[in-house]
Design a protein around this ligand. Structure first.
Ligand SMILES: Cc1ncc(COP(=O)(O)O)c(C=O)c1O
Length: 389
């Protein structure tokens, strides 16, 4: 196959319409660069939607995956293996809490489903979530999601879930009672256009959920793995949640999710409570172990903060940009023109991949190891596109 149009025709012939049709087909990548089947080069500032945390084909990641593929591929959860143990212990260490226990799965929705089921074991069955939130597309995760457009066609969904405005602590306090099993939220709402809550919101929520005995579940699927310059995206508020969910960047592009429970929440699942065939797969875990090793070794957390500020400052100066939201390398560029789809298409024409998270927001989520030079190239193209638009 050597043309985008041929690829799209095949897509339409064999793939369901739930994603619509793509406009290009990608054939290979290296770091932050990808090429389509016609040989055109792009700077990948979407990163597989915040997933290719170290870019494409990172040589050390390739080596770790290949080695594991040669050694042991899949064992089921009847048996332990070195990669899953190493990863679980490392994630526990990153939470800073030795009571943390990990459940591995394959995606963000599954991680949130696991949190949902865990919350039922508290003996309570009410949940509070936030409007605009995105927690996944399976029926439980969709019920937690606070976007009506994604839910409407699939009702009835799960009951006893209240959505409150994101960032509004008094609304949260009103909704959370001693009967609430869990409050779930994203530290920054990614799919909703990179929406950042007021400083102190998470800490106040933590305080209130302690008082009511409600699990505080942080969905770090998009903000996690260093993307916002800390491991999970909540640390700046100095809180410890009861549950953290992860996916996307965790496997560096391989499908891997995790639901980490802390303290007494870590004791809720018993033998037989939950499971999934591929959870803790050795190859996916080998990739995650390498991802974490590289982020730590290369000091990427600090770099993410610096690079994010570089992009934020430069784009904020553009007269076409209303504001740049977000933290680290999860950024939402709010356009005055409110035509993010048009701008995303024009960026692609000019060789940059980014997406319109909402009608007015371009989301940027490049690999954490994007270079200063690549950022400079991106900034040049972005300003040209919005000036011409
Ligand atoms: C915050 C958040 N939670 C959950 C999900 C669902 O993850 P997945 O698509 O891997 O099921 C996403 C996906 O975008 C997300 O951003």
């Amino acid at each position: 196959m050597n043309s985008n149009s041929e690829a799209i025709a095949q897509w339409n012939l064999a793939i369901q319409s739930n994603y619509g049709s793509p406009t290009i087909a990608l054939s290979n990548g290296q770091g932050v660069e990808v090429w389509d089947v016609e040989g055109k080069r792009y700077l990948d500032f979407l990163g597989g939607i915040a997933t290719n945390i170290l870019g494409h084909a990172h040589p050390e990641l390739v080596e770790a995956i290949s080695q594991q593929a040669k050694t042991l591929n899949h064992v089921s959860n009847f048996y332990a293996h070195p990669q899953v143990l190493k990863l679980a212990l490392k994630l526990q260490d990153l939470t800073g809490d030795s009571t943390a226990r990990v459940f591995f799965c394959n995606s963000g929705a599954e991680a949130n489903e696991a949190a949902f089921k865990l919350s039922r074991l508290t003996g309570r069955n009410r949940i509070v979530a936030t409007s605009g939130a995105f927690h996944g597309r399976t029926m439980g995760a969709l019920s937690l999601t606070g976007q009506e457009s994604k839910k409407r066609a699939f009702k009835p969904l799960l009951k006893k879930i209240t959505h409150v405005p994101f960032g509004d602590i008094s609304a949260a306090k009103k909704a959370i009672t001693k009967r609430t099993a869990m409050f779930i939220l994203e530290p920054i709402q990614g799919e909703n256009g990179v929406v950042v809550p007021p400083v102190g919101y998470l800490a106040a929520l933590r305080d209130h959920t302690y008082k009511t005995g409600t699990l505080l579940v942080v969905d770090a699927v998009q903000t996690g793995m260093g993307r916002t310059s800390t491991w999970f995206g909540y640390e700046s508020e100095g809180i410890t949640p009861d549950v953290i969910t992860l996916a996307k960047g965790l496997g560096g592009g391989l499908p891997l999710g995790a639901m980490i429970a802390l303290g007494s929440a870590a004791q809720l699942f018993q033998a037989g409570s939950h499971g999934t065939t591929f959870g803790g797969n050795p190859i996916a875990c080998a990739a995650a172990n390498k991802v974490i090793e590289i982020i730590e070794r290369d000091g990427l957390l600090a770099e993410v903060g610096r690079k994010g500020m570089m992009i934020k400052q430069a784009l904020s100066e553009l007269s076409q940009v209303q504001e740049v939201r977000g933290s680290g390398l999860l950024l939402g560029v709010v356009l005055k023109s409110k035509d993010a789809k048009v701008v995303a298409a024009a960026l692609m024409q000019e060789g940059v991949l980014a997406n319109a998270a909402t009608g007015e927001v371009i989301r940027l989520a490049p690999a954490l190891n994007v270079s200063d030079q690549q950022i400079a190239q991106f900034l040049e193209i972005f300003s040209k596109v919005v000036k011409n638009g």
